[in-house]
Design a protein around this ligand. Structure first.
Ligand SMILES: Nc1nc2c(ncn2[C@@H]2O[C@H](COP(=O)(O)OP(=O)(O)OP(=O)(O)O)[C@@H](O)[C@H]2O)c(=O)[nH]1
Ligand SMILES: [Zn+2]
Length: 336
């Protein structure tokens, strides 16, 4: 018999899972220990580190992963390691940013790129509307850099904007919240769950510092949707990719297309549409810089992953050649 489980938490060497028909917030997860290397095979022959949101198939003899439909990935350090999946099989990425202190537009653009890259739909959530005098004005500023993305402004203490977010919690949908530490992700998850499922940054009663989320966890909600809370993502290690960048920065990408030279560096070449837009004040320097920085990171990451692929290919050929030579010699045959 094959049983289907959802990974609600992934630790080194083990995962916590809930049965597919027990994702209603009323079941206790149970632990599945993984093979020594911590990897699980997929139906198409890959071996992956399971992550929150993965679907795990278990039969009498082995566990395997369903291929991921979407995945939020981050670049993991080291020249040889692969990207790390933060969450899998997600439908919506909530890009959470606070209005107080001021929202960081560059960080929002970075998180949107990460979100578009995942294959899921990004939604921006601006928190702490109760702490600022002009939340609508600030929302408009953010909306101007979050092209084609819904922007919700919320306050948990006043309840503002929460119903609009609840509308996203359709049965079977999986949402993941990303954002800097202190943005209010756990507070939001608790408000949407209607119960305290994640610790928040409120001062603890014993005065011993603040809680901060340390692990990723999938929280099944009563209505059949699932929410994943993540610890604050720091700027580094966000995986940029060209398609995701072109979506996040559709305005800049369209301008770049209009430059006279296809390989324009937008550094003073004649016929540069980006320079012209900057000069006319139609493109903000800040946004241009932000795009350039992420594009550089994307190029660097692409080169690095090419180098890794080449190294893997080399290793594969070494092995094949060795096996071939062994085959030529054959068992018991004398060396040539
Ligand atoms: N006034 C106000 N405070 C809020 C709101 N949302 C969150 N906070 C406060 O902001 C602080 C941080 O909230 P958390 O939910 O812990 O933030 P987080 O994003 O989960 O942070 P990490 O777990 O460190 O990633 C807490 O003191 C919350 O009470 C809000 O809408 N209004
Ligand atoms: Zn140009």
């Amino acid at each position: 018999m094959v049983e289907l489980f959802r990974v609600v938490r992934a630790d080194k060497g083990a995962v916590l899972v809930l049965p597919a028909d027990g994702l209603d917030g009323e079941h206790e997860p149970h632990r599945v220990t993984l093979d020594r290397d911590g990897l699980v095979g997929t139906e198409d022959g890959e071996r992956l580190v399971p992550t929150v949101g993965d679907w795990l198939l278990v039969d009498e003899t082995r566990a395997s992963l369903r291929p991921r439909t979407t995945a939020l990935v981050r670049d993991s350090a080291g020249a040889t390691s692969r990207v790390q999946a933060l969450a899998a099989n997600i439908d919506v990425v909530l890009v959470v940013e606070h209005l107080d202190p001021d929202p960081d537009l560059g960080r929002i653009e970075r998180m949107l790129t990460l979100a578009w890259r995942s294959g899921a739909t990004p939604v921006v959530v601006l928190t702490k509307a109760d702490l600022v005098p002009d939340p609508d004005g600030m929302t408009a500023e953010v909306a101007a850099v979050a092209l084609a993305v819904d922007v919700h402004t919320v306050s948990v203490p006043t309840g503002q904007g929460l119903d609009a977010l609840r509308a996203l919690l359709v049965p079977g949908a999986t949402l993941v919240a990303v954002g800097p530490s202190g943005a209010g992700k756990s507070t939001l998850v608790n408000a949407l769950a209607g119960r305290d499922v994640m610790g928040t940054g409120e001062r603890r009663a014993d005065g011993r510092g603040r809680h901060t989320t340390t692990h990723r966890e999938l929280v099944p909600l009563a209505g059949g949707a699932m929410l994943i809370d993540t610890p604050g993502i720091r700027g580094v290690g966000v995986v940029a990719d060209d398609d995701a960048l072109d979506t996040t920065f559709a305005d800049v990408a369209a301008l770049a297309q209009a430059c006279r030279f296809a390989d324009c560096h937008h550094a003073g070449e004649p016929g540069c549409a980006i320079r012209a837009a900057l000069d006319r004040g139609e493109l903000a320097e800040r946004r241009f810089d932000s795009w350039q920085r992420l594009a550089r990171e994307a190029a660097y990451q692409a080169r690095r992953s090419d180098a890794r692929l080449r190294a893997e290919e080399r290793d594969r050929w070494k092995k094949v050649t060795k096996e071939y030579q062994r085959g030529l010699r054959g068992p018991g045959r004398p060396r040539p």
